[in-house]
Design a protein around this ligand. Structure first.
Ligand code: TPP
Ligand code: MG
Length: 323
């Protein structure tokens, strides 16, 4: 299957926009106006873009602590996201959640929860409810490979297989859980998608930095999940470029070998794709400048909007609490 020129530009635009947004968050974080922790996904853009480009508005997404890209790629509002990070009432969670608790039902981001693994059963439950109600929606659960070390992961995969639920598990394998490498946590030869398969959910592993491959493969998989109501598991290898939590580079801490960092920087999903599109003449420097300017304008407007917005009222403190 081929991707047309407009879709290629859309994929590139979505990735570079997400990166520029997080670069701005990183730049402004030291101003101490964003008072929540931020887990930036720079380096992992291709996954959110490639998968979500295949979703419809009615489809539902869940995420974890590293959630900005999932919200943006699902069509969330940049103004609402930045406002949420600034703790303002105009934020998507009314300013009470911050970066790790993005939620926007209209946009289809049903929950982002930083308890590792916790949104996996929520997503499976949602898919079950959708199936019982005969709603033709797909649920996509994004999680890091660290989540596969939580017991609830196994229970959820089993349940999705048992009840044939329309859910897509998307495991972003960036090989680290905070400072612990996967090679210190799991046996060397294990493939995470094999674990899902052993429990009855079909899976594949993909290069998480190749946006076109992700987009095309996910298109087929999502169609098949919709048609058959069978769950599917995609494992994508990728790398986060910045520290686990915060706006900085932490290469000096040496928990990740320099050769490994260099290897993955060379595989940057955006640099690689830009080169490809320039070569194919889908992009040129004039078009690129137009894209950068447009995105910069949007970002600056959104930050201004967030900074000008009000903090939530004290009287709202106990509202929307589940009890
Ligand atoms: C149940 C639980 N245990 C530990 C933590 C602390 N913690 C926060 S993020 C994180 C790493 C998770 O790694 P992974 O799932 O691979 O996601 P990544 O940060 O690599 O995107 C940990 C251990 C937590 N939030 N929840
Ligand atoms: Mg990880």
């Amino acid at each position: 299957m081929k991707i047309n020129k407009n879709k290629k530009i859309e994929l590139f635009y979505s990735m570079i926009r997400m990166r520029m947004i997080e670069e701005k968050i990183a730049e402004k974080y030291s101003e101490q106006e964003m008072r929540c922790p931020v887990h930036l996904s720079i380096g992992q853009e291709a996954i959110a873009s490639g998968i979500c480009m295949n979703l419809q508005k009615k489809d539902q997404v869940l995420s974890a602590h590293r959630s900005h890209f999932h919200y943006l790629a699902k069509g969330g509002s940049l103004k609402k996201m930045i406002s949420e990070i600034y703790g303002k009432e105009t934020g998507c969670a009314g300013g009470k959640g911050g970066s790790m608790h993005l939620i926007d039902i209209q946009a289809g981001l049903i929950a982002a929860v930083p308890i590792v693994g916790s949104t996996i059963p929520i997503g499976v439950g949602l898919a079950w409810a959708n199936k019982l109600d005969n709603l033709k929606k797909i649920v996509v659960i994004f999680f890091g490979e660290g989540s596969t070390e939580e017991g609830v992961f196994y229970e959820s995969i089993n349940f999705a297989a048992l009840h044939n639920l329309p859910v897509l598990f998307v495991c972003e394998n960036n090989f680290y859980s905070v400072y612990s490498g996967l090679n210190k946590r799991q046996p060397k030869k294990r493939k995470l998608f094999n674990v899902a398969e052993s429990l009855g959910v079909k899976g594949i592993s993909l290069d998480g930095n190749n946006v076109e491959e992700i987009y095309l493969k996910a298109k087929k998989i999502i169609k098949s999940v919709q048609r058959t109501n069978h769950p599917f598991f995609i494992e994508l290898s990728t790398y986060r470029f910045l520290e686990h939590c915060g706006p900085n580079n932490d290469d000096d801490l040496e928990y990740r070998p320099t050769s490994e960092i260099l290897f993955w920087k060379k595989k940057c999903p955006i640099v690689k794709y830009k080169k490809k599109l320039l070569k194919e003449k889908v992009l040129n420097s004039k078009k690129l400048d137009k894209i950068y300017n447009e995105i910069n304008l949007e970002i600056n407007k959104s930050f201004k909007f967030a900074q000008k917005s009000k903090f939530p009222k004290n009287s709202n403190l106990m509202k929307n609490i589940y009890a």
